[in-house]
Design a protein around this ligand. Sequence first.
Ligand code: NAI
Ligand code: MG
Length: 488
Amino acid sequence: MTKTKIATKGLDWSYAPAPESADHFQLKGQYGLFIGGKFFPASSGKRFPTINPATEKILAHVAEAGAKDVDQAVRAARVAYEKVWRKMPGRERGKYLYRIARILQERARELAVVESMDGGKPIRESRDVDIPLAAAHFFYHAGWADKLGYAFPGKTVQPLGVVGQIIPWNFPLLMVAWKVAPALACGNTVVLKPAETTPLTALLFAEICQEAGLPDGVFNCITGAGATGAALVNHAGLDKVAFTGSTDVGKAIQKSLAGRSTKLTLELGGKAANIIFEDAAIDQAVEGIINGIFFNQGHVCCAGSRLLVQESVEKEVVAKLKARMAHLIVGDPLDKNTDIGAINSKGQRDRIRDYLKFGQEEGAELFQTSCSIPQKGYFIRPSFFTKVAQSHRIVQEEIFGPVLAIQSFRTLDEALEKANNTPYGLSGGVWTDKGAKIFKVTRGIKAGVIWANTFNKFDPSSPFGGYKESGYGREGGRHGLRAYLECL
Ligand code: NAI
Ligand code: MG
């Protein structure tokens, strides 16, 4: 393993590699579909590999579910719903969720390592963010299971039934938790389809459900790519679909469900503006910019992918940002020193490269750090564009990579106008010393979540979701429960 070199003012700081061990668990070579409490091969016998994007090596083969398997999973979920789960008192359901939460904590180290191996994210993030937050979502929703009547006073609440859930590859286990915990707490049963590049932690989660003694069929997991997802959405036996992923697929799902009574929530892309005013604490704001765009390689729907900086401090902010970026270590996701891991897939790496080209072709100026990156695997250096126009694709479209577009503004109104001028409305950030400005900006930006003097903070009790092409429905908090209940 090579040492990472960082040159600062003539000093040469070398970090010795600090790799997390992967010796404490054994991945199986093959994983089946989890239906009715047991693992099965796909009825077609088809399988597909999932790789480690940092090494390009195959980690395991996973069953590819076809329409017949999807049908079996939905039927298993229906039987479990009618016979067991909908009738079970909330306090009993809650016990299972607490159990799952505790097993997630017990197996946290294994889950963090598998998450980083299958998806490429730095172990520091999977260990300190993804897995603890996934457990926190189960603890939080376990607490609600027997108190749903208090969440919506004066209403009679009922579960919806069988829910089909499709999740992306950027926060694989955390998205399992965001989707499954509220659904089960409210008395629904689930058929989940994880993303094809990151199925492993969802399959370990299926094992955890077995370990927790969750009644058969309450949680089912079918692996596969877009065709499997489409087969699930098109199944007539679903009462609700919950999707997180690209806006294009979200729109396709909306079309498939048109005319059906199936409920739908969509959490789609974003292009958040992180707004820095001249009166902000600049050093902290620079940390916020780094966290906003380089956390999880920028594979974050609420990433601060546009920086709007007040003209009077633009030079200072850009200079400090460059200096800070020079310290970012790109490389082995399992190394505890790594700040930016592997891009999740070759396809996504190529997509990001395309945007780096589009930006330059449109006349923007690209800056990339000169850090070393591994020869094998999919990696992109931390990057930003200056001299960008509001109409540029790199300003309007979600890149989903470590690429920031920097624009300046003079007045608060101009900042708001630019911030709102994209098809998205998921999140935003504001950095200022003045409380009044915070309130003006948070009221002025049409987005579901806005952070003030911080960025990318999450909590299970805080609802999350978008406006415009970022989707609809909320996840987390009481608002998130509402999306899994009929309130009469
Ligand atoms: P995607 O939307 O294709 O994948 C998300 C999930 O949807 C996966 O589980 C996938 O198998 C499933 N899926 C794909 N086609 C489907 C269909 N027709 N019906 C039902 N399910 C389907 O996203 P992709 O192609 O992996 O990424 C492309 C871009 O999408 C990214 O560059 C990013 O801009 C955006 N994206 C946004 C995410 C977010 O969290 N908002 C997450 C993932 C991607
Ligand atoms: Mg993988």
